[in-house]
Write a protein that binds this ligand. Structure first.
Ligand code: HEM
Length: 441
């Protein structure tokens, strides 16, 4: 047993229900636990959280149901969708930065990058999902309101010990209201429109390309996958994808920008895609979503020597795993481009989890290597960093970024997990003469 893979019996006052029967913080142990077939998601009633409004969505189910839905959603988030997503983000981002430049009227332009990114990403998410109208600039505040309330519900219920019970009840009620609003105002009309198009296609020889290339259309075509689960699950699936696609990557973008702005080779990174990618991946490794919970399907012996039993609840401390010095070196806590990794080790660690539930947005964020005759795709993170550098974006010297203290980690004693903070505002400035090329490239 190592100090980073331990049974927390002695870690009072936390109970096993809070922290899991074991905490895994080493890369090699995580590789075993997240290997396909070794573990499954924790049942709702054994989690230290209230997941009532996440019950039944992809990340909370296993088995055939999960496989089939994952295949459909994965195909819907394929190359065409991710390229469309990237394009929309780039266009909206460039538009906002240009607007800020125009508003500056020849002076240094200023913007809050958190707001600019939220607007660009929620629009791209609405387009990719097929939530008609929610990408309209006039409807962006509504879109953000819906996604924010749902995300707050997820965050609050993941970290119940950081929130007072009455506050948590309010947060969960707000998330349910957001779900209702999305359904009545946007989802139902968009769904009915696509259903009508699919019906026409199914009733005779019609042009398949007449179907909108969005996720909702794919869900309409595969609605049977949700029929046993009820509409609530379908709506939550759509809402969690809508919010996740828009918000999950923002902290990584800001973390990577920080790393770039602090990097002595910034100018080199602007013109060296390999260096930029290395810094982006290091940032993904160091800024994670925290803890992943699993229940073991069978007894397992971990490389650290820890023996676990079938049914054990394992809490994977992804922050610790991704900073494992045995894999990433003694300076694992720092951003260092050009880190040499042992074979089979992912540069971004287990930030996107692993095994059956590996994040479906990973390719969208990290890009792809250009297999099967397709050109290499830089991915959303690289694309956004490029656009920001093309505009010469710098931290605004007159206004410091503000952080929100990250909510208490559900792995007590993991000082790393608790020390990470997300920005709620990131003021930037840039010279107005830069960034006048189409698309910011
Ligand atoms: C840097 C940004 C992101 C991070 C750090 C991240 C992280 C994660 C993690 C850790 C999981 C697995 C949780 C578990 O194993 O229990 C996950 C699952 C998932 N993510 Fe992401 N994610 C990101 C972006 C996205 C985006 C942009 C999308 C949408 C396109 C997305 C869609 C999903 C979906 C659908 C799942 C569930 C997969 C399944 O259960 O089969 N994620 N993500």
């Amino acid at each position: 047993m190592t100090p980073s893979a331990q049974r927390p019996e002695t870690a009072a006052p936390a109970s096993p229900r809070d922290v899991g029967d074991a905490i895994v913080s080493t890369y090699l142990d995580a590789q075993v636990v997240l290997r396909p077939g070794v573990a499954e998601v924790m049942p709702d009633d054994r989690l230290p959280v209230n997941y009532s409004f996440m019950t039944g969505i992809l990340v909370r189910v296993d088995g055939k149901d999960h496989q089939e839905r994952r295949r459909v959603l994965g195909a819907a988030l394929g190359r065409q969708a991710t390229e469309r997503f990237d394009r929309t983000v780039r266009d909206r981002l460039t538009r906002s930065l240009r607007q800020a430049a125009a508003d500056a009227n020849g002076d240094t332009a200023r913007a809050d990058l958190v707001q600019v990114l939220r607007h660009a990403l929620i629009a791209a998410s609405a387009v990719t999902m097929g939530l008609d109208g929610l990408d309209d600039p006039a409807n962006i505040p509504t879109a953000l309101g819906i996604a924010d309330r749902f995300s707050a519900g997820i965050r609050g219920s993941r970290h119940p010990r950081s929130t007072r019970p009455e506050e948590l009840a309010q947060i969960v009620a707000d998330a349910a209201a957001a779900q209702e609003q999305l359904d009545t105002m946007y989802l139902t009309p968009a769904w009915e429109k696509r259903q009508a198009l699919v019906d026409v296609l199914d009733s005779g020889p019609a042009d398949k390309t007449a179907l909108p290339p969005d996720l909702l259309t794919q869900l309409v075509r595969n609605a049977h996958l949700y029929s046993d689960r009820g509409r609530d699950v379908l709506v939550r699936e759509i809402l969690s994808l809508f919010a996740g696609m828009a918000f999950d990557v923002i902290p990584s973008i800001l973390f990577a920008l920080d790393a770039l702005l602090d990097h002595s080779d910034l100018l080199k990174a602007e013109t060296d895609p390999a260096l930029l990618r290395a810094i982006a991946f290091e940032s993904l490794r160091l800024r994670t979503n925290g803890v992943v919970h699993r229940r073991l399907r069978s007894d397992v012996e971990l490389p650290s020597g820890l023996s676990l039993r079938a049914g054990d609840h394992v809490a994977l401390d992804v922050d610790g795993i991704n900073r494992d010095p045995h894999v990433y070196g003694s300076d694992a806590r720092q951003v260092r481009a050009g880190r040499r990794l042992p074979p089979g080790v992912q540069p971004f660690g287990f930030t996107f989890s692993g095994g059956e539930h590996t994040c479906l947005g990973r390719g969208l964020v990290t890009g792809s290597a250009g297999a099967g005759g397709h050109a290499e795709r830089p991915g959303l993170l690289m694309d956004v960093l490029h656009t920001l550098m093309d505009h010469g974006v710098q931290r605004d010297p007159a206004h410091a970024p503000t952080n929100r203290q990250r909510l208490t980690s559900s792995v007590p004693g993991s000082e790393v997990a608790e020390s990470v903070e997300d920005y709620v505002s990131y003021p930037v400035s840039f010279a107005t003469q830069r960034g006048l090329t189409p698309n910011g490239h």
